[in-house]
Design a protein around this ligand. Structure first.
Ligand code: HEM
Length: 149
C-alpha cells in the first residue's frame, strides 16, 4: 500500500459519489421542482443546470476511469489468482460502468437524442447501483481470498 494507492482509492470513491449523487439529485429533486417554474424560464433554467452538471459528470467519469484502471492494474494478479469468479466480477463491473459512460457521453454529444431525461437518468442510476454492489462483493471476496491464501 503506497500513497498513490490511497489517492486513487479516494479519487474513485469521491468520483462515484459525485456522479451518482448528482444524478439522483437531478432525478428526484431538480426535475420534479421544475414543474413549479413558469414554462418560459423552465427551458433556460434546465439548459443552464444541465450544462453545469454535464461538466461535473465528465470530471467524475475521467476520475473513475483513471483511478479504476489504476486499481485494476494493481489488483490484476490477485483477480487472476482468484480464478473465474474474480475475473467475472471485475469484467461485469467494468462492462456495466462503460455502458453508463456511453449513455452519459452519448447524451452530451447528441448521439442519444434529448428528451426523456428521466428515463436515461433512471437507467444510469440503476446501472450504478449494480456496479456499486459488484464492487462491494468483489472487495469482500478479494479480501476473503487473500486471508485464506
Ligand atoms: C471503467 C470504469 C471502472 C473501473 C476500471 C473500475 C475498477 C475498480 C476496481 C479495480 C476496484 C477495486 C475492487 C476491489 O476492491 O477488488 C473498484 C472499486 C470500486 N468501484 Fe470501480 N471501476 C470503474 C467504474 C466505477 C463506477 C462507474 C462506479 C460507481 C458507479 C464504481 C464504484 C466503485 C466502488 C464504490 C468501489 C469500492 C471502492 C473501495 O472499496 O475501495 N466504479 N473499481
Amino acid at each position: 500500500m503506497n500513497i498513490l494507492d490511497i489517492a486513487m482509492r479516494y479519487v474513485h470513491i469521491a468520483s462515484a459519489i459525485l456522479a451518482v449523487g448528482g444524478m439522483v439529485y437531478v432525478l428526484t429533486c431538480l426535475l420534479p421542482s421544475m414543474r413549479l417554474v413558469d414554462e418560459t424560464f423552465r427551458a433556460a433554467l434546465l439548459e443552464l443546470a444541465n450544462r453545469r452538471f454535464t461538466r461535473l459528470l465528465h470530471l467524475a467519469i475521467v476520475g473513475l476511469l483513471v483511478s479504476g484502471i489504476y486499481n485494476w492494474i494493481r489488483l490484476a494478479d490477485t483477480y487472476k489468482a482468484m480464478g473465474a469468479a474474480g475475473n467475472a466480477l471485475i469484467g461485469t463491473k467494468v462492462l456495466i460502468a462503460l455502458a453508463m459512460f456511453v449513455i452519459a457521453w452519448g447524451r452530451a454529444i447528441g448521439l442519444i437524442r434529448e428528451g426523456k431525461p428521466r428515463l436515461w437518468l433512471m437507467v444510469n442510476i440503476h446501472l450504478a447501483a449494480v456496479v456499486i454492489l459488484l464492487a462491494v462483493v468483489l472487495r469482500f471476496y478479494r479480501l476473503a481470498y487473500l486471508a485464506s491464501a
